[in-house]
Write a protein that binds this ligand. Structure first.
Ligand SMILES: Cc1cc2nc3c(=O)[nH]c(=O)nc-3n(C[C@H](O)[C@H](O)[C@H](O)COP(=O)(O)O)c2cc1C
Length: 162
């Protein structure tokens, strides 16, 4: 049975990691796209995105097709917003709650500074689980790319194959 990476990315960092994990593991990928795009510049980006995360919003998503029965493990990827996971994941989990039951879960977060551990806790709670099999945190892996960060992503991807 295959793995599915389910991610949201506003500025490309989380997507960058998803692409690398897919390259290493052959996992399938589902990118979540909110119907109403979040602001991606200046004050509005932090204000509206932060508010949406703090309010635990569930933004409507563009239509997606996925057969969750085909996957044994889901790997969630998200940017940390206000020490929380990003709202499009909340929508996805709510829409697929029944089919997610009994799956194995891993998760990774992209952030600039801090908050990922709290975000993992909140994501686990949203999924109704105690924790993840594996987690990884990457500091702006695309915007501030380096060989070390690429190696860290590769190590996480390899750990997912075990
Ligand atoms: C609304 C908003 C809130 C954020 N809150 C945090 C935070 O609490 N902690 C942190 O370290 N980074 C925070 N960031 C930075 C992003 O998590 C970080 O730049 C991440 O790599 C972006 O991933 P993406 O390119 O996939 O969107 C925030 C960014 C935005 C837009």
């Amino acid at each position: 049975m295959k793995d599915l990476i389910v991610y949201y990315s506003l500025e490309g960092n989380t997507e960058y990691v998803a692409d690398k994990i897919r390259g290493e593991t052959g996992a399938d990928v589902l990118k979540l796209v909110p119907k109403k795009a979040y602001h991606d510049k200046g004050f509005a980006k932090f204000f509206w995105g932060g508010k949406s995360a703090v309010m635990a919003e569930k933004p409507a998503l563009e239509e997606y097709k996925v057969e969750l029965d085909e996957y044994e493990r889901i790997i969630f990827g998200f940017p940390v917003w206000a020490s929380n996971f990003t709202p499009p994941l909340r929508t996805f989990i709510t829409e697929n709650a029944a089919k997610l039951k009994g799956k194995r879960f891993a998760a990774y977060a992209c952030q600039s500074g801090a908050g990922a551990e709290k975000a993992f806790e909140k994501l686990a709670k949203c999924l109704g689980i105690n924790g993840f099999e594996q987690t990884a945190v990457f500091i702006d892996p695309k915007a501030r790319a380096s060989e070390d960060k690429d190696a860290q992503i590769a190590a996480f991807a390899i750990s997912l194959k075990k």
